[in-house]
Every structure is written in structure tokens, then in C-alpha cells.
Design a protein around this ligand. Structure first.
Ligand code: BGC
Length: 920
């Protein structure tokens, strides 16, 4: 940084805030190997940075079974550590005790070597010992379950395949007075889904726990703080148990998933109560539990839930309930089961939405519109006589004659049913999920007041990280639509769609959307969890699969190019966006096995063998197809390049150089096979050019020519895209990086299909699976495959952040420690503003073109530096707010012949003005 930009004198020290462990705030169960610490820096003024840090971790008494004592020296004192790192700082102290609670703080020295006060404390608790930390057995109603079925079960085959939800309870007394309880932790999991209850109340706010994994490989559990919820006298620990992904309907096999994982759910729980005198009491799942059926006649993720509220055993989960008529549970020890702490964020209800309208049809049915396609369920209040049956069906759209459109749901019923108990009753399902904007309610007794209905939005609780606003309202709507698609599909795993009988963790979809996903929301922990699923699904050959968790046996085959490659692209994306090297280390062996497999299978460095289902550029519109081997080889080269970068990042130079060589060999094979001397790429599809350019497979001297051919291909399509899933995410970034901002904006702004704006113009509130999801000529496209909530084509979100706003990590500097701020103003936009909150805190950008002037403002958190690039008609005339001229000028990549003013800045707010490239 030049001398004239000396740090403005500041008096307030930097303050470490927003402490996180494993990307989570105060996690209650974290594997010792995953304890990575991070913090943001709060501080006024400019050019603020951390010179050194000190982390102190202290045992904080027993939370779980074998917790540390709390006395003695700190578990870890890093001492003053000369480092600017404030993310992905690995714990390096004494071994962490299983079930132990640790309190940690950090202080930092700033650019002037002024030391901050210690931060507010944060905590983490260590997971139970996976080998012998669990005291209980797996319990279930066992074979007696069938005999417990209600006599008048549903008559149809689907209904018969669904089981009622068992209620399980265990009464117990504390070993000491409740006032002596120091901490109480409940650890719970299920093969299936559980809802934990303690003394009549639901425990925690998570739904669909423990989440979806390949249960043969790993089962997640959650930990809850239940201190203060125990009483003197009798206490009752209880749970409901549903099929979920374990034994319910999953995917598009029209049968229960018994064939995939198991046939009936089971529960494992452990309540650990620590008393002030140092003693501990454990209540676990054992033969002392009792079970019975209740109101929930069935509960299935795809099919829906039926509650017969006349059958609810009132007070069943509270003290004093007479459970003599209940049955003993079956106990099973399952020593082979791997039970580990959930590293991801829980699924929660994150929003409630009132209907926009409710109408009554002539046949008495009600129809409600919630104005937004979402994933979740409805809460309904019903007043009426006992035994009234109310039915709620959910759909994403209406037919032309105004009825609920459900054809595209395929076999997923998405139907909830209530049998009313008499009087006023509230209904809310909890073991199902529906993708819907509209609901049809039949059988409702009396008048349905809109206030009796609300939609609950349910998804993995990924916090918002990004924002975007600009002068074109349709683009703001597109931004919201992309985010809603992410919310609706990030449910324990990233699914393709939330409504039909599919909802699978497709790797290709997640891969193309991953960068957008990171900008939109904090998905570090979410993807960390899912990458374990991806690794669990990996085949013995080393190949990654199409979907994770994998459903057997149909998906036990090599994943298609662009799908399987997610196994490499995802860890790299997390590394770049969060500076997360631990994820790279954790998956390095799996990624290496994949790369080895590709090389073994394709010794001539063209990837043309074992392409799995070969989805290619899935759902690309237009007649021309990108050659499969071209797409496959381009992704392979990309994998090798990313491997080289990641190997370097984790200190493996030999592998880095091996992967660079590999990349060069693949690159040479690609160029030889697909690139001609004039820069044309075989087949001439937009996707062929986009992949070749993005993956750096065009010799340097031919890049501009190739980009010109891409531009010509777009012109031939009259300014439309012809990219499918694989090509679409890189299309606009490639155009903007190769001098074609104008075309990028033209493609973006197209009103006729295929285009994003076409979707917006036709009422999309989530991104459609297909460019032609609905057309005036045909209405809804084939119901066999037409989701109206698929995030893949929403991967254009990345371009809004990286190019319209221009927020991008600097090459080679992951985690935004150093970044580039390079907006690409263009199209009809007069202004744009937005932000991204990464691991170092919020980065803001705002720009405006007015008349002949272009003004840019950016705000950077402490601990970051940026190269700010201001495109201008006269770059040398651009000034910052102190009147300084640029540190240099360079060629602006977005448009030929345009230069950019370059300013090297540190943290703080900076403003720049200069002559606009084009007057408005
Ligand atoms: C899914 C996708 C997926 C694809 C594989 C579809 O059924 O909905 O989004 O990636 O299959 O081609």
C-alpha cells in the first residue's frame, strides 16, 4: 500500500467478535478433529488488520459423560501467534475430553501492535466418545409394531406401506434435587426421524432430525441443552419416531425405502445430567421405555401426514401419566453403527407466511395462495365437531381453470389429513415436507378464516450471507427467486427439488450452484456435512456418484461427468470462499482416489470411458449437443487444476506438481481433440466454448478468438443462451471475463425463452427446472419432469455477486483475506448495491452511473485488503475520496478497449469517482 494511504490514526482497538467453532456458534457436540476456530474483527477506521492473535481454551466443567474437571491450566493457550489468520485456526492443545465443555476466548494485536481486550467467551462441547460413550440400546416398538396399527388404516397400497408413528416414553427421577443440576444434555438420534420431548415440551427447534445420511456408514445425532427443564419428582423423557429417509418413501422408487436402508425406525438417546457435587446421572434408551400409538396414523416425507386427533393420549409425555397399557420396547445393541455428532446446521422453521388469498370453490373446497413457492407445511386451526376429516393437498401452481396443479408431483402425494378432536384444534405436521405455493383444503367445517392458515418455511438453517439490489426490479426479483430456490432445497442435503418423488442429493446440481450458494448464505457447515455424504457414497473404484447419500443399488454406479466432479469442485469452492483448508485435508484422499480412477480409466487423457449415466449438459435447449467426451475431459482438466491448487494449499508440493502435469496432459489431449487452429471448439455449442474457456483449455493466443466464436454462437441464437445445467453457471462469467459484458447483459435481459427473465415474466417465485417449464402454447411441460423449484439454473447468482457487484476473492488468496472489487456496470443498470458476509465479516459494494460519472463505494472489514478496480472512460482521472489518483491502470476484462483504475486499499469505507465508461 502506498505511503499516502497511511492508516488513519485510530484509538479504538480491534475487537474479535462473532466467534465460531466448526462454522457454528457454540456447538454442543463437535468431533475433536473438527474443532477449527474463527472470529471476525470489529474496528473503526481504515487499514485495520490483525498482526497476531492469542487463543485460550479452558475446560469448563462436565457437560457430558466424561467431561473435564474445569480446574488446572488451560487446555490450550496458543500464546501470541504472529498471524493474520482469523478463520480455520485449528485447536492445538491437550486432547479434548469426550462430552467435555470448553470455553474459549481470543484477543488480537492490531496493525499498531495494540492488544484488544479478550473477546466475550464462546463455547464448544465435544462429542461423546464414538466408541464407548453411548450407554443405551437402540429401541423400537419391535415386531409388536404391526399389532399396534389402528384398526381402520388406509386402504390403498401407498397407505398400507405407511406405518403409524410410535410414541415412546421413559419416566425417571433425579438422583439429587433439581436445584443441584449443573448441566443437562440430551443426545438423541434415530434410524428414521425423531422428535424429542421432555416433561411435556418439545426439545429444541430442529425438525427432520437427525437428518439424512447413508445410515450404513454414519448416523448423526444432535445435542440439546436441557438444563432447567428437569424437576423434582417424576420426569419424563419421550420421543416420537417416524420413517423419514430411513424407512419411508424416498426418491422415485414407488416403494418404501425399506429396500434402501431399513424397514422400521429405531431410537437412541442419552440424557446426561451433571450435578453440582460432580456426580452424574445418565438416562438412556433401555428396556425401561414404554411405547404406544397415538394420533399420527402415518407420517412420510413424500406422502404427507395423517393426524387422528381423537386418538391423542393427552399428557403422555408428562409426569403422572398412566402408561400401564403401553408396551415394553424392543432393545437392540448395534455395535457396528457409527454414530457421530451432526456437523451441519439443523433444519428449522425459519419463517411463517400468511396466505395472500383464500377462496372457496362451489364444491366447498378452499384454495389458498401463499404468494411464494416454498418448502415446508401448513398450520391449520380447525373448529368443529369431533371426527371431521380435513384434507390438505399442496401444489406449486394452478391449472388454467384455477384448480390445484399436482401432475408434476408424480407419485409424491404431499397430502396431510386431520381428524378433528372436537372444539378448537391446531394441526401442524412435523415429519413431512411439501413443495408448494398453493394449498387445497377440503372437508373444513364451517368458514375458513385466512387467519386460521399459515405456511411454515422449513429448511436447513443457513444464515443469509449476501444481498443484492439494483435499479431493475425484475433482477431484484430474480435474486430473491434464486435465494428461495436455495432455501427450498437445502434440507439436510442439497436436493434437486422439494416437491415430486425425487428430492435427491444430486451432485451435479449442487456443483453448479455451489458458488452462488456460498454467496447467498452461510453454507460452510451445511456443505461440510454433505461432503461426508459424498465421501460415504464414493465407490470402491474411486469414482464419485451421481447422488449422495446414495440409494442402493440403483445409484451404485459411476457418476456422470459434471456430477461426480462435485467431489472435487465442492471442497475447492469451500476452500476458496471460506479459506477452509481442513475440508481439503479431510477429503484429499477421496479426491485423490477419484483422480487416480479417472487416469486409470482414461490412459490417453481423454475422458471417454465409464461416463456413467452421461447426463452431459443436462436440459440444454436447442438441437446441437456438446460432445460427451469434450464435456467430460474439460471437467477432468478442471479437477486436476483444482487438485494442484488444493495440494499446494495444504503443503503437499509434490502432489501439486503432479496434478499440474496431469492437467497439462489433459489440456494437451483436449486441445488436440477439440480445438482447431482458429480457436473453434468442436460442436460449436455455447457450452463447449464456455467450458473450454472457463477451464483454461484454449491456448493463450486463441482465447480471444474462441470468445469471439462464443459470441457469434450467441448471436446466432439471437442473443439467447443454449446452455444446460453444466454450461449455464459459467456462461456469463466467461463472457464478462473475455470482453463481452455487453453480451452477458443481453443474454441476462432476454425476455423470450430460454431466459431467466422469461421465468420472472411468467410468475416464477423459484427457479424452474427447465427453461420451458411453462409456455403459452403448451402450458406446463411434461408432468414427468417439470419441477418449478430447482435451483440449478439459478447458478447465475454467482455472476451477480462476482461481476455486477464485483466481489471476488483475489486469486490464490482464499477466504477473502485479500479480494478484488471489480464491478462490471452494464446493460440498463443505473446502480447496483449489495454485500457478502464471509468469514472475515461483511464486504459492501455500491455503484451508480449518473450522466457521465461513475461512482463506487466499498466497505471492507478489518483483516482484508482489496484491489479495487474502477472501469472508466479515462481511468487515470478516477479519484478516491481523498482526491488521490489511482495506483495504476490496467485493461478492464469486461469490454475491449476499456481501462480500469486500480487502487490498493485496506479495510474501511472507500469512495471512488471518475468518468463513466458509457454515459447514461
Ligand atoms: C434431477 C436433476 C438431476 C438429473 C440428472 C433429474 O431427475 O431432477 O436435477 O441432476 O436428474 O440428470
Amino acid at each position: 500500500m502506498s505511503a499516502r494511504k497511511e492508516a488513519t490514526p485510530v484509538t479504538t482497538p480491534l475487537r474479535p467478535v462473532a466467534l465460531r467453532c466448526a462454522h457454528l456458534a457454540n456447538p454442543l457436540a463437535v468431533a475433536p478433529g473438527r474443532v477449527r476456530l474463527s472470529w471476525e474483527l470489529d474496528g473503526e477506521g481504515r487499514d485495520r488488520r490483525q498482526r497476531a492473535y492469542q487463543v485460550r481454551v479452558e475446560a469448563d466443567g462436565p457437560a457430558g459423560a466424561d467431561g473435564p474437571s474445569g480446574a488446572g491450566p488451560p487446555a490450550w493457550d496458543s500464546g501470541r501467534t504472529e498471524s493474520a489468520d482469523c478463520a480455520d485456526v485449528g485447536y492445538a492443545g491437550r486432547p479434548l475430553a469426550p462430552g467435555g465443555r470448553y470455553r474459549w476466548q481470543v484477543r488480537v494485536w492490531d496493525e499498531n501492535d495494540v492488544c484488544s481486550p479478550w473477546s466475550d467467551p464462546a463455547w464448544f462441547e465435544v462429542e461423546l466418545d464414538p466408541r464407548d460413550g453411548w450407554r443405551g440400546s437402540w429401541i423400537s416398538p419391535g415386531p409388536a409394531h404391526e399389532n399396534l396399527s389402528p384398526p381402520e388404516g388406509p386402504a390403498d397400497p401407498v397407505g398400507r406401506a405407511m406405518a403409524p408413528v410410535p410414541y415412546l416414553r421413559r419416566a425417571f427421577r433425579l438422583d439429587a434435587p433439581a436445584a443441584a443440576v449443573r448441566t443437562a444434555r440430551l443426545y438423541m438420534t434415530a434410524l428414521g426421524l425423531y422428535e424429542a420431548r421432555l416433561n411435556g415440551a418439545r426439545v429444541g427447534q430442529a425438525f427432520l432430525t437427525p437428518g439424512w445420511t447413508d445410515y450404513g456408514h454414519r448416523i448423526l445425532y444432535q445435542a440439546y441443552d436441557v438444563t432447567g427443564q428437569l424437576g423434582d419428582g417424576e420426569n419424563v423423557l419421550a420421543a416420537l419416531l417416524a420413517d423419514g429417509w430411513y424407512s419411508g418413501f424416498v426418491g422415485f422408487d414407488a416403494k418404501r425405502a425399506g429396500a434402501h436402508y431399513g424397514t422400521a425406525p429405531e431410537l437412541l438417546a442419552q440424557l446426561v445430567i451433571a450435578f453440582a457435587d460432580g456426580t452424574c446421572q445418565t438416562v438412556a434408551t433401555d428396556a425401561g421405555w414404554r411405547t404406544q400409538l397415538g394420533a399420527i396414523a402415518h407420517a412420510d416425507l413424500l406422502m404427507g401426514e395423517r393426524h387422528d386427533l381423537t386418538r391423542e393420549p393427552g399428557g403422555w409425555d408428562t409426569a403422572g401419566f398412566d402408561d400401564r397399557g403401553w408396551r415394553a420396547v424392543r432393545c437392540r445393541d448395534q455395535p457396528g453403527r457409527r454414530v457421530v455428532a451432526d456437523p451441519g446446521p439443523p433444519v428449522r422453521v425459519t419463517q411463517q407466511i400468511a396466505p395472500v388469498w383464500v377462496r372457496r370453490a362451489d364444491d366447498g373446497r378452499y384454495l389458498a395462495d401463499f404468494g411464494q413457492n416454498l418448502t415446508g407445511w401448513l398450520t391449520v386451526t380447525v373448529r368443529g365437531p369431533a371426527g371431521t376429516q380435513v384434507r390438505i393437498r399442496h401444489g406449486e401452481a394452478l391449472t388454467e381453470d384455477g384448480r390445484l396443479y399436482t401432475e408434476n408431483l408424480r407419485a409424491a402425494r404431499q397430502t396431510d389429513e386431520i381428524v378433528t378432536p372436537g372444539g378448537t384444534a391446531a394441526f401442524e405436521p412435523r415429519f413431512t415436507l411439501h413443495g408448494f405455493r398453493y394449498a387445497e383444503i377440503s372437508g373444513y367445517p364451517g368458514e375458513l378464516d385466512p387467519g386460521d392458515l399459515a405456511a411454515r418455511v422449513v429448511h436447513s438453517d443457513i444464515e443469509p450471507a449476501g444481498s443484492f439490489r439494483c435499479s431493475q426490479e425484475w433482477l431484484n426479483q430474480l435474486f430473491r427467486t434464486i435465494d428461495w430456490g436455495q432455501r427450498g432445497n437445502f434440507i439436510s442435503v442439497p436436493t434437486d427439488c422439494p416437491q415430486r418423488d425425487e428430492r435427491l442429493g444430486w451432485l451435479g446440481d449442487a456443483q453448479v450452484f455451489a458458488r452462488t450458494a456460498c454467496y447467498n448464505r452461510d453454507v460452510a457447515a451445511f456443505f461440510a456435512k454433505w461432503l461426508d455424504d459424498v465421501a460415504d457414497a464414493q465407490l470402491d473404484s474411486g469414482a464419485f456418484t451421481d447422488i449422495a447419500p446414495r440409494l442402493l443399488p440403483r445409484f451404485a454406479r459411476t457418476g456422470a461427468p459434471a456430477w461426480a466432479d462435485a467431489g472435487v469442485i465442492l471442497p475447492w469452492t469451500l476452500y476458496v470462499m471460506y479459506g477452509d483448508r481442513s475440508i481439503v485435508r479431510r477429503h484429499f484422499a477421496a479426491m485423490t482416489a477419484f483422480l487416480d480412477y479417472l487416469e486409470r480409466t482414461n490412459p490417453d487423457y481423454l475422458r471417454c470411458r465409464d461416463l456413467g449415466a452421461g447426463y452431459n449438459d443436462w436440459l440444454a435447449p436447442g438441437a446441437d449437443e456438446t460432445p460427451r467426451e469434450l464435456l467430460a475431459t474439460a471437467y477432468w482438466a478442471y479437477d486436476a487444476a483444482l487438485m494442484a491448487e488444493m495440494a499446494g494449499a495444504i503443503g503437499r508440493p509434490a502432489e501439486a506438481s503432479r496434478y499440474r502435469d496431469l492437467r497439462d496432459k489433459i489440456g494437451a489431449a483436449f486441445t488436440g481433440a477439440f480445438v482447431s487452429a482458429d480457436g473453434r471448439v468442436a460442436s460449436g455449442t455455447q457450452t463447449a466454448y464456455v467450458l473450454a474457456l472457463h477451464m483454461d483449455l484454449i491456448p493463450a493466443g486463441l482465447r480471444a478468438a474462441a470468445a469471439g466464436h462464443l459470441a457469434a454462437a450467441i448471436d446466432r441464437a439471437d442473443g439467447h443462451l443454449t446452455t444446460g445445467f453444466a454450461g449455464v453457471s459459467y456462461l456469463l462469467p466467461v463472457l464478462s471475463s473475455h470482453g463481452h459484458d455487453d453480451l452477458a447483459y443481453r443474454v441476462l435481459g432476454q425476455r423470450s425463452r430460454p431466459s431467466w427473465r422469461y421465468m420472472m415474466d411468467h410468475g416464477a417465485t423459484t427457479i424452474w427446472e427447465r427453461w420451458d417449464g411453462w409456455t403459452p402454447e403448451r402450458g406446463f411441460t411434461s408432468p414427468a419432469m417439470n419441477s418449478l423449484n430447482h435451483y440449478s439454473l439459478g447458478s447465475v447468482g454467482e455472476w451477480l455477486y462476482r461481476f455486477v457487484l464485483g466481489i471476488e476473492p483475489a486469486p490464490g488468496t482464499p477466504g477473502f483475506a485479500r479480494l478484488t472489487v471489480r464491478p462490471h456496470p452494464g446493460g440498463e443498470l443505473d446502480w447496483a448495491e449489495g454485500s457478502y458476509r464471509g468469514v472475515r465479516g461483511p464486504i459492501r459494494v455500491r455503484w451508480r452511473r449518473s450522466g457521465t460519472e461513475f461512482a463506487l463505494e466499498t466497505e471492507l472489514p478489518p483483516g482484508t485488503t482489496a484491489s479495487v478496480r474502477v472501469p472508466s472512460a479515462a481511468a487515470a482521472q478516477v479519484r478516491d475520496d481523498l482526491g488521490h489518483s489511482p495506483d495504476g491502470t490496467a485493461e478492464f476484462p469486461g469490454a475491449p478497449g476499456v481501462t480500469e483504475a486500480v487502487f490498493e486499499v485496506g479495510s474501511g469505507t472507500h469512495r471512488f469517482t471518475g468518468p463513466a465508461v458509457r454515459a447514461t
